[in-house]
Design a protein. Structure first.
Length: 167
């Protein structure tokens, strides 16, 4: 049985440390278009305390475990710690990391050593090259601040590759 866990760094994917409900909602819509079964999968969303209201309401259409930790890399560290607990407890065999932050590189390597398939989703221009290359699959979202015209999103289908998506 395939069991997928999504780790979502809300501020990283929204490209701001001062989230609005609208920015978070738009990020959720872009993210969920990538995965057919995201509503059935396990999800953990994290942010700092000052973005909690916008993030948790912005993702409320897709109930998820919510984590809040402030300080340098607070949300990232909370996601990493919870992921390691969940992977061991729930027999997860696929982890999707919704962040381009290089801090997740060690987690990717740890998960792969446990034979867990890892997908990373990040925003173009805000995506660690080392993280992207280490993952089994990388999905690169267009920067919403740079997108112009009508660009079509394509579903990522090839493992061990990087896919660029414009939405």
């Amino acid at each position: 049985m395939q069991r997928t866990l999504h780790l979502i760094d809300a501020e990283n994917l929204a490209l701001t440390s001062h989230c609005t409900f609208e920015a978070v909602r738009d990020t959720r819509l872009r993210y969920t278009e990538l995965f057919e079964d995201v509503a059935k999968d396990l999800r953990i969303i994290a942010c700092s305390h000052h973005n909690a209201a916008a993030v948790f309401f912005g993702w409320s259409a897709l109930p998820s475990q919510s984590l809040m930790r402030s300080g340098k890399d607070g949300a990232d560290l909370a996601l990493i710690e919870e992921c390691l607990f969940q992977v061991d407890t729930l027999n997860v065999n696929h982890v999707v990391i919704g962040s381009g932050d290089g801090l997740f590189l060690g987690l990717v390597q740890d998960l792969q050593a446990r034979e867990i398939f890892v997908t990373v989703v990040g925003v173009e221009g805000h995506f660690s090259n080392r993280l992207r290359l280490a993952a089994n699959r990388a999905v690169i979202l267009a920067d919403p601040n740079q997108v112009s015209g009508e660009e079509i999103a394509t579903k990522p289908v090839f493992p061990n590759s990087s896919i660029r998506l414009s939405v």
